[in-house]
Design a protein around this ligand. Structure first.
Ligand code: NAD
Length: 287
């Protein structure tokens, strides 16, 4: 593979052979000229994943229901990327279809949708599950976190003949239930299932639909479940670590390779309907 010649933007100042490798990687993973919408963009993982997309060259639009979190995330991404433009945000309640349609109109053309809105609330024995909480968590993860954005963005992309790319966020509970988080388990199993169904339905339009299943990363929605106020581990946190062959939680930057791989039409152009676990081996169940 040779480096791009005349007119090609030089990727780095490395010697020729290394520069050739850099150009190759650049062509494979560059998102220059692309625009991405990141839902839950004010959250812990949403911010970091948006940052990865921006650092790969994409313009990024963050959607979240928390305006203060959005402003902080946009500022952090600009600082980390060293960019002053190309990062926008908008307050959107993803449980509201009309708000999402308006947000799509405002965003203009975009080619990547990363659905990082979601989370859990509480933990209870099955027979004590509060049903209002159950319905809220189902709606948050299945509707707001996955189905509704796929519906409204997919419709727009089909109309506009945009060969877009959707990345949903599943979970370890998409595969094996976590105890006491009934709605979260059901919802994340649904996210994996919906990813597969949407991949098949959208394939004729050139739209790819995949998901990432993170193991355990400390986010706002699970911080209190996994850590105490002094930062020590809860019993749940200890159980997770004991079950994870790498013996630790994930670092958000360890999700970025999967994000960039799935977002790249070059690297993953023939990949649709898969869910990629990034879990420190959590799903390995041997003895
Ligand atoms: N952190 C983990 O270990 C982990 C593991 C597996 C999967 N996940 C999933 O990854 C995603 C992100 O998790 P996180 O840890 O960054 O959580 P987080 O709580 O930090 O981020 C979620 C974001 O979604 C936003 N949100 C909630 N309701 C919304 C609504 N109605 N409209 C718009 N935005 C809304 C929140 O304001 C928040 O900023 C979630 O789907 C979560 O279930 C996280």
């Amino acid at each position: 593979m040779t480096a791009k010649k005349s007119g090609a933007k030089k990727c780095c100042d490395a010697p020729a052979a290394t520069a050739s490798a850099c150009d190759y990687l650049c062509n494979m993973f560059s998102l220059v000229g692309k625009k991405a919408v990141v839902t839950g963009g004010g959250g812990v993982l949403g911010t970091d994943m948006a940052c990865a997309l921006a650092r790969a060259g994409a313009q990024v639009v963050l959607w979240d229901v928390r305006e203060d979190a959005l402003a902080a995330s946009a500022a952090r991404i600009k600082k980390d990327c060293g960019c002053t433009e190309g990062i926008e945000y908008r307050k959107v309640d993803l449980m509201n279809e009309a708000e999402m349609v308006a947000a799509i109109d405002a965003a203009g053309d975009f080619q990547i949708l990363l659905n990082a809105c979601g989370g859990n609330k509480g933990k209870a024995p099955l027979v004590e599950q509060d049903m209002e909480t159950f319905r809220f968590v189902m709606k948050l993860n299945v509707e707001a976190g996955c189905f509704l954005p796929m519906k409204v963005v997919g419709k727009r992309w089909i109309e506009k003949k945009t060969p877009g790319c959707i990345i949903n966020i599943a979970s370890m509970s998409s595969y094996v239930p976590l105890s006491g988080v009934w709605a979260y388990d059901a919802a994340k199993a649904a996210v994996k299932n919906l990813t597969e169904g949407a991949a098949k339905e959208f394939a004729p339009y050139g739209i790819r639909v995949n998901a990432i299943a993170p193991g355990f990363f400390i986010g706002e929605q699970n911080r209190r479940l996994l850590t105490n106020e002094d930062g020590s581990l809860t019993d749940r946190g200890k159980a997770v670590i004991a079950h994870t062959p790498f013996g630790r939680f994930g670092e958000a930057n360890e999700l970025m390779g999967a994000v960039l791989y799935l977002a790249s039409g070059q690297a993953a152009g023939f990949v649709t309907g898969i869910t990629v676990p990034v879990d420190g081996g959590y799903l390995v169940q041997n003895i």
